[in-house]
Design a protein around this ligand. Structure first.
Ligand code: SF4
Length: 104
């Protein structure tokens, strides 16, 4: 198993276990409205260097994008596209939120 595949598989496992945990405590009602329901999970956990354009297009049309992004940032999701953002983009948002919190 290549490193990228291992990352992707781990990402899916992390996502699934997080979702299961969240569903168990009733936190994920927003997910019922997710535009990615039934979509190919590989789109949201692409190989390194692969396009994220299709996943982001699905996210851009998603009515729970904000909730999804907040969930991923709050839970430190390290893999995949959440709320229309890659892990690197989410890290940037997380840093900005941390700075905003410290200033206010
Ligand atoms: S923002 Fe994207 S990943 Fe999140 S629920 Fe919507 S479609 Fe799925």
């Amino acid at each position: 198993m290549g490193r990228d595949l291992a990352r992707r598989v781990r990402g899916v496992v992390v996502m699934r276990s997080t979702l299961i945990d969240a569903l168990a405590i009733g936190e994920l009602s927003w997910q019922d409205y997710a535009n990615c329901r039934g979509a190919d999970a590989d789109l949201f956990f692409p190989e390194r260097g692969a396009s994220t354009r299709k996943a982001k297009a699905i996210c851009n049309a998603c009515e729970v994008r904000e909730e999804c992004l907040d969930f991923a940032i709050t839970n430190g999701e390290k893999f995949g596209i959440w709320g229309g953002m890659s892990e690197r983009e989410r890290r940037r948002v997380r840093r900005q939120r941390t700075i905003t919190r410290k200033v206010s």
